[in-house]
Design a protein around this ligand. Structure first.
Ligand code: PLP
Length: 404
């Protein structure tokens, strides 16, 4: 028997967990120790969830055995509603909130509900690649808009305009951004919203890193700027800010002018009821997580673990000849550029594979984030400084050898 995967999957890739990870796992099976800087998963690096979240889940386990309503537990959705109301988003309404098994599930649902074959969607380059994969799987045609490294990786509004056609249905914003760490300026967000309003585009705003900010950067939720204007669908969750990626808990909220998207919202309801509901025990964490004291703040201020790790990793990278790294203002990643004349990388997957095999550190190639040229890589700065420093020394040594 020879069963092939469906044609739908022929253009789908998710390189963060791609072939190079398989090689890392093979090496581990041989007994080699690999430092994995490829996935933004805080818990394995010793970032623990706030205690009160764990207590909530444990206390509620006995009553969390059944399915819940497809949209999610009412107290969890109400907490999400209040989070956005507190930000000034008056259209935040509990009836337009869906809880999901992580933002990942909701991204796939949002794309499946929207796209017909050949419909176009604007997604940033570089991107968090699930967006491109989910849109493509849903039959959409992704037009990647350019984010400008020279301008701190802010989206290029001119490029967005140039890539709109009469088939474009939506635009995706990832802010704070994975992989670049950019936090978008108000004028840029306003510019995107103006374009979206002009062309009747739905706005998807992935804000899963909304509270992971450095050096006084301010995150402006897109939904605060779209009130009374374009409909905006915001994604958030517990994985990063509350360090519980394994709980698989996230939300999606539709705000702004919903009058023109009733049918689409019905589509979201159909898909959310088809998967019955999201993980119920984890939804009990949401109300406690979103209300009150935000323990993430201790990690991102000077002296905090994330702040210090970002600093150490960024300084080390930026000191390597021919490596330039925009200092991330948010999220958990560094996305350095390797000078193409100095390093002449033809295939960046091959490049990170060699780095893995020679130095036993796993990172992800820039093209895995739909960046068009093989001249960037992504590092996760979650490990302790004691692990990050040797990892950066190994990268430095690897590049030293390449330059010779
Ligand atoms: N969106 C972005 C920008 C991410 O970086 C990630 C995970 O890395 C996700 C969504 C998925 O998050 P979740 O764990 O909620 O599925």
């Amino acid at each position: 028997m020879h069963i092939r995967k469906s044609n739908k999957l022929s253009n789908i890739c998710y390189e963060i967990r791609g072939p190079v990870l398989k090689e890392a796992m093979r090496m581990e099976e041989e007994g080699q120790r690999i430092l994995k800087l490829n996935i933004g998963n805080p818990a394995p690096f010793g970032f623990e969830a706030p205690d009160e979240i764990l207590v909530d889940v444990i206390r509620n386990l006995p009553t969390a055995q059944g399915y819940c309503e497809s949209k999610g537990l009412y107290p969890a959705r109400k907490a999400v509603m209040q989070k956005y109301q507190a930000l000034g988003v008056k259209s935040s309404d509990v009836n337009y909130i869906w809880m999901g098994n992580g933002v990942s599930e909701l991204i796939v649902m949002a794309m499946q509900a929207l796209l017909n074959d050949g419909d176009e969607i604007l997604i940033p380059a570089p991107d968090y690649p699930l967006w491109t994969a989910a849109a493509t799987l849903s039959g959409g045609y992704v037009r990647h808009y350019h984010c400008d490294e020279g301008a701190g990786w802010q989206p290029d509004l001119q490029d967005i305009r140039a890539k709109i056609s009469n088939k474009t249905k939506a635009i995706v914003i990832i802010n704070p951004n994975n992989p670049t760490g950019a936090v978008y300026e108000k004028a840029i967000l306003e510019g995107i919203i103006d374009i979206a309003s002009e062309h009747n585009l739905l706005i998807f705003s992935d804000e899963i890193y909304d509270k992971i900010l450095y050096d006084g950067a301010t995150h402006i939720p897109t939904s605060t700027l779209t009130e009374g204007r374009a409909p905006c669908i915001t994604f958030g969750g517990l994985s990063k800010v509350y360090r519980t990626a394994g709980f698989r808990s996230g939300w999606m909220i539709v705000t702004g002018d919903r009058s023109g998207i009733k049918d689409y919202i019905e589509g979201l309801d159909i898909l959310s009821s088809m998967r019955l509901c999201a993980n119920v025990p984890a939804q009990h964490a949401v109300q406690t997580a979103l209300g009150g004291y935000q323990s993430i703040n201790e990690l991102i201020e000077p002296g905090g673990r994330l702040y210090e790790q970002r600093q150490v990793a960024w300084e080390a990278l930026d000191a390597i000849p021919g490596v330039h790294c925009h200092k991330p203002q948010g999220a958990l990643y560094l996305f350095p550029r390797l000078d193409s004349k100095m390093y002449q990388i033809k295939d960046d997957m091959d490049f990170i594979l060699r780095f893995l095999q020679e130095e036993k550190v796993l990172i992800v190639q820039g093209t895995g984030f739909n960046w068009p040229t093989p001249d960037h890589v992504r590092f996760v700065f979650l490990p302790h400084v004691e692990q990050l420093v040797p990892a950066m020394e190994r990268f430095t040594a690897f590049l030293d050898r390449l330059r010779k």
